[in-house]
Design a protein around this ligand. Sequence first.
Ligand code: PLP
Length: 388
Amino acid sequence: MTNKIPAFLPFTKPTIDEETIAAVGDVLRSGWITTGPKSAEFEKILSDYFGGRPVRCFSNGTATMEVALRVAGVGPGDEVITTPISWVSTSNVILAVGAKPVFVDIDPLTRNLDLNLIEAAITPKTKAIMPVYLAGLPVNIDQLYHIAHQYHLRVIEDAAQALGSSWNGDLIGSSRKNPSDLVSFSFQANKNLTTIEGGCLVMSTEEEAILAQKLRLQGVTRLGLDQMEVDVLGGKSNLTDVNAVIGIHQMKQLSLLADQRKKLAQHYFSCFEKTKLVSQGLELPIPDFIQSNWHMFQVVLPIERLKSLGMDRASIMQKLKDLQIGAGVHYPIITQFKLYQDLGYKAANTPVAQRVGESILTLPLFPLMSNADVERVVSALETALQGV
Ligand SMILES: *Cc1c(COP(=O)(O)O)cnc(C)c1O
């Protein structure tokens, strides 16, 4: 058995226990399968988790962010400052409400919005800032809100990847010390907590929560036993009870799964330390074991050296794949997509993001992995980057 081929290691995989699967069966048998008691229970659990703030759930994190923009009153003629290194939904929702995304370059170390560049991008039309916490690493929340308050801007935190992350001891979304604005989370299959698809929005006031609730279901308000009113144009993005019950069970495991992610990330660093990869130009993430939830472990490849040898990220991914290692790209720069090019955006205007977008690579990291898996990944990467 010396030539045994190891099983393929994907870059991520959800952790769903038997109790969760049984609970889904119970909901399916209950006679009430769409938004109902389980969704309400999940919202209550989330609200408690975020220190009692109003929370509403949605069918996905994209709908959540679009509703957040509408709650903030962002619309045609408004500009929203955001990062070009994110899942494209971040800027798509800005376009969807008729506003204009303004892309600011990223910090090469955090790979998040470079907050020092925000003030220069503010115009009289700027209505909001939409930061993204890539891989679960938050931006400097104090600096972010300092700028927002100074210029009277709303903040819509795209915290899709940052459930369980924190800033100065405050959970992202909870704002015990610093009141935060609108905070959006995704529960898509790859996220640290999943409901298969889903999301939630944390707000500051009950009025905002009532508006969000209307926006997620046709603008309807139920009155008495037989009446309803519609006073705003809403869409259809409610979370079903089948999805919600998965979330209820995932919440019970959240801190256990987070610990496992953190331990694996720490093991990555100790494995990388024993290699020459960093001196070969490989860039590791910031080793933050306090504030990040380690949603992903991302490296930046030495792209110039690879190109000079006739290689690129795809060739490294192919070599990893041959060694049964999955890797992901999170994310290509948004401004290079045709839709955005056609709107006049240029990737070259944000050079750090342009370089990171073509050289960032997500390595496998999920709670079911073992230390041996981490060692396999680092050794495969050494093989793939041999001679670079
Ligand atoms: C996942 C994700 C979203 C979108 O969430 P969906 O639930 O897939 O709609 C938005 N922004 C970021 C940064 C994400 O990672």
